[in-house]
Design a protein around this ligand. Structure first.
Ligand SMILES: [Fe+2]
Length: 198
């Protein structure tokens, strides 16, 4: 079984190696997008779990499909009632859970689409502020929350952190700030400490 150090090193390598692809519909790479999200979380003084969730929120899109094969097979066996549409946020959360991240980190990662559905439901100007790509994907993601889904999100103890993560996600699309954005390796120690917490 891999040690926390080995797991964290492997994740940093995955981000660096596979994060070079374009962030869908935007003009920066997935790696830069993830690093900008994490940097905002760190600058806000958030707890480590939220910083890690920001760094890894799109890991379900970045890791090669074969790495998530087992996760996806397990998902397809679960009731669709609980899972709904299988998206990258669910794959990411399940993958992180499988390698030892806390339930809080996994729930935060799993929430970044839900938070968008929440914000578009409660804040009209939020929808207008979204990029065209993000507006387009909202429809596929179920549209703004209504009824019991909206109530459930509002009452979630992690709601404020989920909303923060979502807003950092939206803002993490700045071109040309590589030099002032810490690299993935800067979060290695935080990741090792988290994975070794038990
Ligand atoms: Fe994202």
């Amino acid at each position: 079984m891999a040690t926390p150090q080995e797991k964290a090193e492997a994740l940093v390598s995955v981000l660096e190696k596979y994060g070079q692809g374009d962030y869908i519909g935007e003009s920066i790479s997935q790696l830069e997008h993830s690093l900008q999200a994490a940097h905002q979380a760190q600058r806000s003084g958030s707890r480590d779990e939220l910083v890690l969730a920001a760094l890894l929120h799109d890991i379900g899109q970045i890791i090669p499909l074969e790495e998530t094969k087992e996760v996806r097979m397990n998902l397809s066996q679960e009731s669709t009632e609980n899972v709904g549409r299988i998206g990258h946020e669910i794959i990411g959360a399940q993958y992180l859970r499988s390698i030892g991240f806390s339930e809080i980190v996994c729930r935060l990662v799993n929430s970044h689409v839900a938070a968008k559905r929440y914000l578009t439901a409660v804040n009209k100007s939020y929808y207008d502020s979204l990029s065209t790509a993000s507006q387009k994907s909202l429809a596929f993601q179920g549209g703004p929350f209504q009824g019991h889904e909206l109530t459930a999100f509002e009452q979630d103890p992690l709601r404020d952190e989920m909303v923060s993560l979502r807003l950092w996600d939206d803002a993490a699309k700045v071109v040309g700030v590589e030099d002032s954005t810490p690299r993935a390796r800067a979060y290695l120690d935080t990741m090792v400490a988290h994975l070794g917490r038990l």
